[in-house]
Design a protein around this ligand. Structure first.
Ligand code: MV4
Length: 451
């Protein structure tokens, strides 16, 4: 096992990784920007090193400084967390070229899934159902026209280098095709330095369901069911739950084993998420994320598994600590992402926290790097806490969540806590009847976020 791990991240996820390391007897190195001198991850780590200025480009994305921090401290492995460098193929490669272990997939697998065209072709080869669409890249207008006739309208044009909602255009009829195709290519070239685009049938009311997978890099692939992440606005998820109310155990086993087999065949190493759109009982692959996700705790809750410890074990060559047959899903879990944001205009609201009282009690987990007296800096993501509740049933979860939201206090800055109260009171949400567009409409009806 590693003796020392460097955590190339900040905030709640840096604490999440620190905690796993401490329980495994591993020394930790925190890196931080000048703006994060007083951050909790710096206080809790065994050692810390400043790697640059407040702007992410100068610190948390600064590869030479992070490598230097590893060399100075003698860290044997780097955990990238999520965001920042977590899905950067070049970073994973450079880390390993310095003889340091990257706690994540190989640079090759990150690159394969980072290009959405090669990701989709790989998924198809592995027997994962995908959205009907073009055969790879569409390079010219003639092909766009002929493919659109095959696919039908509405269709969606996506950038190969996009993902997570960036670089997409919906086309409703053939009159809109030429304009959408030429601008999609031009914008993709401008935004990503890669103009490649592909086309798919546009699914109008899907849910966003993702399958958690784990691989040992040596032919073992395991799935840990799904998370329903449909509650989002502008591709920012705000609430995730597991299991999804749409799947019974046969459907879960079916899509789960397809994913597990694919991970085994790929010799995928580490944790990952295979994202699907789900409509009318069918799954359609859209992307694969090669990182630990923000919402991983809901899976941990219902499977009683520590995914970060598994990541570290796998990177150290010790393999996965459980088999598919040993996994047992139990109960229901919901995560709320508590953000420092104005509840009316949804803009970030950093500033001084003068009171912090997280919820607690039976079935409750709060992952947060906040403390009373902390100043939330304006340079980073506005996520300040994740509230995760676990219960025997979804209904028990909803009751527990309601209790927690009334206990939770963050004072001095604005948060979206009251928004979760509103969502919880809604009948559609209580019934689990929501698709990827539900939250946007819910907020629009309340005049939220219109400025
Ligand atoms: C789609 C789609 C409908 N049809 N693809 C957005 C993020 C990226 N991961 C893929 N996305 C979508 N792809 C087809 N063929 C609708 C979306 C989409 C979406 C997907 C998941 C969660 C939220 C979303 C919000 C808007 C659009």
């Amino acid at each position: 096992m590693f003796e020392k791990v460097l955590i190339a991240n900040r905030g709640e996820i840096a604490l999440r990784i620190l905690r796993a390391c401490r329980e495994m007897g591993i020394q930790t190195v925190a890196v931080h920007s000048t703006a994060d001198e007083h951050a909790m991850h710096v206080r809790l780590a065994d050692e810390s090193i400043c790697i640059g200025g407040p702007s992410p480009a100068d610190s948390y994305l600064n590869i030479p400084n992070i490598i230097a921090a590893c060399e100075i401290t003698g860290a044997e492995a780097v955990h990238p967390g999520y965001g920042f460098l977590s899905e950067n193929q070049r970073f994973a490669h450079i880390v390993e070229a310095h003889g340091i272990s990257f706690i994540g997939p190989t640079a090759e697998h990150i690159g394969l899934m980072g290009d959405k065209i090669t990701a989709k072709m790989t998924a198809e080869k592995l027997g994962i159902p995908t959205v009907p669409g073009s055969d790879g890249e569409v390079t010219d207008l003639e092909t766009a026209r002929s493919e659109s006739a095959r696919i039908g309208f509405p269709l969606i044009i996506k950038a190969a280098a996009g993902g997570g909602g960036r670089g997409m255009k919906v086309v409703h009829d053939k009159n809109g095709l030429e304009e959408a195709f030429t601008t999609a290519r031009r914008e993709a070239q401008m935004a990503f330095g890669n103009g490649a685009v592909y086309m798919e049938r546009y699914l109008q009311k899907p849910r966003h369901i993702e399958i958690q997978v784990v691989g040992d890099g040596k032919g073992t692939g395991i799935h840990l069911g799904e998370r329903d992440c449909s509650l989002q606005r502008r591709h920012q998820k705000i609430l995730e739950e597991a299991p999804s109310i749409c799947l019974n155990s046969d459907e879960r086993e079916r899509i789960g084993s397809i994913c597990a087999k694919a991970i085994a065949e790929l010799n995928y190493r580490g944790v990952g998420t295979i994202e699907f759109l789900y409509e009318d009982g069918a799954f359609y692959f859209i992307e694969m994320n090669t990182r630990l996700q923000v919402e991983h705790p809901v899976t941990e809750a219902i499977y009683n598994i520590d995914l970060v410890k598994e990541q570290i074990r796998i990177a150290a060559g010790l393999g996965i600590s459980f088999t598919q047959d040993e996994l047992c899903m139990s109960g229901h879990a919901i995560e709320c992402r508590i953000n420092a944001e104005d509840p009316f205009n949804l803009r970030p609201s950093p500033g001084h926290v003068n009171g912090f009282h997280p919820a607690g009690g039976y079935g409750v987990r709060v992952d947060s790097a906040l403390y009373s007296g902390y100043d939330v800096p304006p340079y980073y993501d506005s996520l300040i806490a994740k509230l995760i509740v676990h219960g025997k049933t979804r209904n028990e979860c909803l009751l527990r969540l309601n209790r927690c939201l009334h206990e939770f206090v963050v004072s001095g800055i604005s948060t979206n806590i009251s928004l979760f109260d509103e969502i919880l009171k809604n009948q559609d949400f209580q019934n689990g009847q929501y698709d990827i567009h539900w939250l946007t409409k819910f907020l629009e009806e309340r005049g939220v976020g219109l400025q």
